[in-house]
Design a protein around this ligand. Structure first.
Ligand SMILES: [Mn+2]
Length: 320
């Protein structure tokens, strides 16, 4: 059976629900890719599958759904800064098909969205869902730089026999010829990386930036190694942020980036490069506070990414 895009219970904000790819067009596109391939030893496999619904449920409060309330982070209404075409493309749910079939369907859906000129905002899912996204970016025919926010390196070739799980998205990106650079921000503590993965990332040319280094570097200098002609894709693992603002993660690590550091980074990035999409992954709703802070933080980060994608288009008008 082929996985289907199913309409969500409620849309992200009041975006139009458009699950038929024939109806997709340029604009802003949200899509839920909830599933990845968990490791057999995971205590709570794929709780992250429920994150797209959790993020959508809280998005109602960003202007009470309609995006026309004054938003102080955007100095105006959100919808005055976004195109009128705002699609929620639904959720790619996994049925009983093999994982490879699901992953190919995700790659196909994301390729199609980018082909029709949409900026794509992906609701994970664990970090493995970034793999079909970086693979789909090839359809743009342009060099791509990945901005990665995460406590962890995510450069494993495989873990426990699983290739393409949540420890491997940046390794997978490094295998894509169109990915010409990556900047990994927020690294701290320990994760699945061994010294050989750190060496492999550095040898490939990935720029690794710890939280302390991030705070002691002017923000524009963080972007110095992004080639001028590169498009930018942002992948945010929820555990890259400090758990005080993003508590609902499987691998909490104290000392992460603050919310306003990430939003400032996204805004500065948009002043220099075209942001073609973004994902927020690894939110585990079972661990979210009763007030759903993690889902709210995720939704707000996505709004910043959406506005950034539009500003980047303006910046590069005529050069694309
Ligand atoms: Mn990760």
């Amino acid at each position: 059976m082929t996985p289907q895009l199913l309409p969500p219970e409620r849309a992200f904000m009041d975006f139009d629900i458009v699950t038929d790819p024939k109806d997709w067009s340029a604009g802003i596109a949200v899509i839920g890719i909830g599933h990845s391939e968990p490791y057999a030893h995971d205590p709570c496999p794929n709780d992250q599958t429920r994150a797209p619904a959790a993020i959508r449920a809280q998005s109602e409060q960003f202007g009470f759904g309609d995006g026309h309330h004054f938003d102080f982070e955007f100095d105006g209404t959100l919808y005055s800064q976004l195109p009128t075409r705002r699609m929620d493309c639904g959720d790619l749910r996994r049925g009983d098909e093999p994982f490879a079939v699901y992953r190919a369907a995700a790659r196909q859906a994301l390729s199609q969205l980018w082909s029709c000129g949409a900026a794509v905002f992906l609701l994970g899912g664990d970090h493995g869902v970034t793999i079909p996204a970086v693979e789909a970016l090839g359809v743009l025919g342009r060099p791509v730089h990945i901005i990665h926010i995460d406590a962890h390196l995510d450069w494993r070739v495989e873990v426990a026999g699983v290739h393409g799980g949540y420890s491997s998205p940046l390794y997978a990106a490094s295998r894509c010829p169109w990915v010409v650079g990556m900047t990994q921000i927020g690294l701290r503590g320990t994760g699945s990386a061994r010294p050989e993965e750190v060496a492999a990332a550095r040898a490939w040319g990935s720029r690794l930036i710890t939280v302390d280094q991030f705070r002691s570097t002017p923000i524009d200098a963080i972007f110095d190694n992004i080639a001028a002609d590169s498009l930018v894709y942002i992948t945010i693992d929820a555990d890259g942020l400090d758990p005080s603002v993003m508590p609902a993660v499987m691998g909490p690590a104290p000392g992460g980036l603050r919310y306003e550091e990430v939003t400032a980074l996204i805004q500065r990035l948009a002043a220099r490069h075209q942001v073609v999409g973004m994902d927020v992954v690894e939110i585990a709703p079972s661990y979210d506070f009763a007030n759903h802070l993690s889902a709210i933080t995720a939704g707000r980060l996505l709004l910043h990414g959406m506005v950034a994608s539009v500003r980047g288009m303006d910046l590069l008008t005529g050069s694309l």
